[in-house]
Design a protein. Sequence first.
Length: 573
Amino acid sequence: MTDPQLVLAERVQQALAAAFGQEYATEDPLIRPSQFADYQANVALSLAKRLRRAPREVAQAVAGALDTTDLTVEVSGPGFLNLTFGDTWIARQAQLRLEDEHLGLPPHGTHTVVIDYSAPNAAKEMHVGHLRTTIVGDTLARAHERVGNRVIRQNHLGDWGTPFGMLIEHLIDIGEEEALGRLAAGDGNAFYQEARHKFDTDPDFEERARRRVPLLQGGDPDTLRLWQEFIEYTKRYFNHVYAMLGVTLTDDDIAGESMYNPMLADVCEELEHAGVAQLSEGALCVFPPGFTGRDDQPLPLIIRKSDGGYGYATTDLAAIRYRVRDLKADRILYVVGATQALHFQMVFAGARMAGWLHDDIRAEHVQIGSVLGSDGKMFKTRSGASIKLTELLEEAVVRAEAVIADRGYDSSVRRQIARQVGMGAVKYADLSVSHDSEYVFDFDRMLALTGNTGPYLQYATARIRSIFRTGSIDPASVTGPIVLGHPAERALALQLLGFGAAVEAVATLSEPHRLCAYLFDLAQAFTTFYEGCPVLKAEDDEVRQSRLALSALTLRVLLQGLDLLGIEVPERM
Ligand SMILES: NC(=[NH2+])NCCC[C@H](N)C(=O)O
């Protein structure tokens, strides 16, 4: 991969080694975009103290030792190295991208990555937070596959636990057919609330619900059948949401909490045997070092309650062991709400004590920030009730239909475009802010055709397609050669070279917003190019071929980038 920043980093490191000794060959050269050059390297400022020399002097020494093939260097200010590529280098690299099916990013990954995402609860509603972990997790899965890692999706469905006692009793009360129909339609939350209400107010019901729990845990066939049906019909709703969103999760990726139930006793035993867990007031606990509660008492991770029951933490420990031992994961990503940060820190620490996780087998909590309403509180409907996701997604489609221009498409085409734009808007809004920050769910903003939005990128892509349509040219047939004259051509070509690094950053840093930012910059560079440089009506055929090549390459990068974000692009908009 000839990412411009990597090329510069390597060259500056070589120069550092030549000027100051081999021990500086691995120094971070601190390459940053610059206003005055293509990039700047700030390493001289950070090194000066250690070398006991003036930063400018250090910069001069690096500049003197730098390989300046296709590159100009200039020392500026207190000791910045301004670095500018020659046009021919940029043109040659862009040409190579045009000819490369991998767009400069050949698959090279060696990891087995388990990605735990979506994970709604069968006993409660699937809420907007689950939407965000679904969308972010799906992009991480796609990016890891793109760089060549082996990806195993794990949808850690909340499908087990004591609430199923009351849910099954409620299901029996209202009749299977009626209950299951409601669950498949996404009525799980209301269903749960009704059951809860009866549990709290009706002692008979409470008694029945309590008696149902051991029947479920003990594997009573009738109870299991009802539970199974409950889960099946709830999954239909989840699958409906996944299909609307176009995420890659399937039934095969479901590895719900219930799956780990048979492993929990053994996990506890292993931890106790290894001396990782110990009894404390009748409960089996792990005390990971460094976690203390109020009054500085060590904080326990309870893995078996004094009544013998297991909890969320036990299941997560079993899941880690399974993912490491059976799935052979060496990287496990948990795309889950930020509110669960302490839980995961403690579970990971426990798994390290058990030897399941270590330096070569790592787990990471990709913290997901909350989605807020315009009032700054957790996102709810106007009436204050929580939101049914299918209705929210339908609303996105309806609103998108009002945004897209009327070009006389027939209604089914229009509906299809609206669906792509609506879903693209929702997904891009989730992906374009850093995953751990909160953001306000705002249809008007996410559906805007200008600014850093999904529809803007879809529109930019559709516009490039229309150039080729107008010229009756197949973008795949364009071969260049790319030559750079106008500054906007140069800026676009340089931007095109950054695609691989942006995708790589999504995978290694778990930060989808970096790819969004890259694609947004690219679309803007294309807009500037398009406004300043006629393509079909270029002054001569050489320029025309080159501009067509730049347009075709931009189109491919945008399409592939949006595909990695799980965003479909309408042919026209
Ligand atoms: N391995 C995990 N704990 N994954 C996340 C599960 C999320 C949980 N079902 C919730 O909705 O909060």
